[in-house]
Design a binder for this molecule. Structure first.
Ligand code: SF4
Length: 322
């Protein structure tokens, strides 16, 4: 596989509004810290985390839209030298809000050509772009408010495809859609990956969205990756207590299979009140004294599989019979 995008030790800080002391440096809030992963060409990579985990900020940093430190390389080139604006596209969480209300669908999906001054001969017609996402050409004359939720997602996908990107970042691509339409959108993304070799980074709070499309997944909690690995392995044998609780809380038709012992407690603390030690300790059913004071590092426990926990993923120690 050819590596498409590499993120190494990414850190994003946000400046908070000035404090009470005049001329003092405004306080900084750390949003993301030590984020490292890579994405291959044509791969579907899933990034999961609750609201407030920093996942949308991570997507924006990868597109060069927020200042970040660390290494970001697209096709081996540093972000500022890469042809990122043409080769990447975003499918936004709220598709209707991301389209101009006064622009008809046909104009909206071909707008990237004008923005990037693409010669007419290299442009794809609105009808063809709509066909790529399974929509009829007649939709080109509609306005965003005239679209259903599923149609609006597809229109966003058509716009994202206009420049033949190598990578599409899809932020909550199924949020607010009926279950059957969710399946349609995920199938559309799978078709585009297969037919056009597009890599997808799917960002979601809903782990079950990633169960089928993702090849690899990364789990984000309060700005730190806590588990990464091949999707099939992580779903079959989640090791971090947070991942395990996310999987246990997925809707299951058989209520007897619910794992109450793995349920996470309470709400995710705000970034302003990021816990000391392990950031998950305030909600972790396995937390012990060490977790409150000592931050675990993200360690590779098998090729391609990493975990940030003092306890999980350790080989069971042999007990001496007493
Ligand atoms: Fe839970 Fe401790 Fe592991 Fe953190 S380090 S996930 S608190 S067991």
């Amino acid at each position: 596989m050819t590596e498409l995008y590499r993120v190494e030790n990414l850190r994003v800080d946000m400046q908070l509004p000035g404090g009470l002391i005049p001329f003092a440096k405004p306080p900084q809030l750390n949003i993301l810290d030590g984020i490292s992963f890579s994405l291959d060409a044509g791969e579907t990579f899933g990034l999961v985390g609750e609201s407030g985990s920093g996942k949308t900020t991570l997507a924006r940093a990868m597109l060069g839209l927020v200042p970040a430190t660390g290494t970001l390389r697209f096709r081996g080139a540093a972000l500022e030298e890469a042809s990122l604006r043409r080769d990447t596209a975003m499918m936004f969480q709220d598709p209707v809000a991301s389209l101009s209300p006064r622009m008809q669908v046909g104009a909206a999906i071909t707008e990237p050509y004008a923005i990037h001054r693409i010669p007419r001969a290299e442009r794809t017609s609105a009808a063809d772009l709509l066909a790529r996402v399974g929509l009829p050409p007649a939709l080109a004359g509609r306005y965003p408010h005239e679209l259903s939720g599923g149609q609006a997602r597809r229109v966003c996908a058509a716009r994202a495809l206009a420049l033949n990107p190598a990578l599409v970042i899809a932020d909550e691509p199924t949020a607010g859609l009926d279950v059957s339409i969710q399946g349609d959108i995920l199938n559309l993304m799978a078709d585009l990956k297969r037919d056009r070799g597009i890599a997808f980074l799917i960002i979601t709070h809903n782990l079950s969205v990633l169960r089928h499309p993702a090849v690899r997944v990364a789990v984000l909690y309060l700005g730190r990756l806590v588990e990464t690995g091949p999707a099939a392995e992580v779903f079959a044998r989640p090791l971090h207590p947070y991942t395990a609780s996310l999987i246990a809380s997925e809707p299951d038709p058989d209520p007897r299979r619910r794992r109450a012992d793995l349920a996470i407690r309470g709400e995710i603390p705000g970034l302003l009140r990021r816990p000391s030690g392990c950031v998950f300790h305030t909600r972790c059913p396995l937390a012990e004294a060490r977790c409150r004071s000592e931050a675990p590092i993200l360690r590779e426990i098998a090729p391609g599989r990493s975990l940030r926990c003092h306890l999980a993923g350790q080989e069971p120690t042999e007990r001496t019979p007493t």
